[in-house]
Design a protein around this ligand. Structure first.
Ligand SMILES: [Zn+2]
Length: 313
């Protein structure tokens, strides 16, 4: 009798541990916040996109990078068009498929229009895996994407809980990609380059965390492209040269315009092939490495371009 009990226990244990050992693929749910009749935060200018539109763009870039540069990761979206799934539906979808990660993408707003920067929210600081992912994303925002990070916050900091984090069963983060009520940040988030830089920072944070958590799964695709490529618009040290973007505009401005007189360097204007309203960007300097550009960045910011960022030439 005793033996039977032991055998039953041993069988359960084998099945249980076996299901973990055999995990070959992980699932991430990407949740573009708001949608449909719910626009989310409105941008500083009515000519700029609303939060729901930017959330979707950044989410699709993020999912695209994961699908292109990683393997053994299944990407599931809560929406891919301008519709509004309820918060319950978003939570149920992630729980029903036993997702491993839940990443909700939002843009922030504040009644004071000077407030700017990124934030990553978790349900509670006691959730170590969620906090690790949030910290990694914020680290990427500040160290590699040149954004101001306002850090990781939980329900105590926010003084309210976030439904999609509270009720999802997996590692979960809600990323606030910047403040649309801050004109400069809204403009940045309206550029394709800005959306790509933000999405690739989240991508890099996610990649760093999954590689550590699932060492037995081979995530990095080695065929045709290298995983560093989505670091596009900003920040990978490589053979290509780098420059510093100081501004963007809807209509072309002459590089010799008085508005640039504080920059004691030659300003170049580049027309982007983009659907974004901010088609023109203005850059200064040319650097053979990202580090070289980085050492020059504070000087250029001191000319009055606090949001200047490093981009690939
Ligand atoms: Zn939102």
């Amino acid at each position: 009798m005793k033996n039977q009990v032991f055998l039953a226990f041993a069988l359960c244990f084998c099945v249980f541990s076996g299901s973990f050992a055999q995990k070959k693929e992980i699932t991430v749910v990407i949740d573009p916040g708001h949608g449909g009749y719910d626009p989310g935060h409105l941008s500083a200018s009515p000519f700029l996109k609303t939060e729901k539109e930017l959330n979707l763009k950044i989410s699709l870039f993020l999912g695209g990078y994961i699908e292109k540069y990683l393997q053994n990761v299944k990407v599931v979206y809560t929406r891919t068009t301008d519709v509004y799934p309820t918060l319950d539906e978003r939570v149920s979808k992630a729980n029903a498929i036993n997702a491993d990660y839940f990443i909700s993408i939002h843009c922030n707003g504040n009644e004071r229009n000077g407030v700017h920067g990124t934030e990553s929210h978790v349900h509670a600081m006691s959730l170590a895996k969620s906090v690790a992912l949030a910290r990694e994303i914020e680290e990427q925002f500040s160290q590699r994407a040149g954004r101001k990070s306002r850090g990781v916050k939980d329900e105590k900091d926010l003084q309210h809980s976030i439904q999609v984090l509270k009720y999802t069963n997996m590692t979960g983060v809600l990323v606030e990609c910047g403040f649309l009520t801050n004109e400069k940040e809204a403009q940045y988030l309206n550029t394709t380059i800005g959306q790509e830089v933000i999405a690739s920072a989240i991508f890099r944070g996610f990649r760093a965390v999954i590689v550590k958590e699932f060492p037995s799964i081979n995530f990095i695709r080695t065929t045709s492209v290298t995983p560093s490529q989505p670091e596009t618009a900003s920040v990978t040290p490589d053979k290509e040269s780098f420059t510093i973007q100081i501004a963007s505009s809807r209509d072309p401005i002459e590089p010799t315009d008085a508005r640039f007189k504080n920059v004691k360097m030659e300003v170049r204007r580049i027309e982007l092939n983009t659907m974004s309203a901010y088609k023109y960007i203005y850059t200064v300097g040319s650097y053979s490495s990202k580090n070289e550009a980085k050492s020059e960045l504070p000087q250029i910011q001191s000319y009055g371009y606090k949001d200047a960022i490093i981009i690939k030439n």
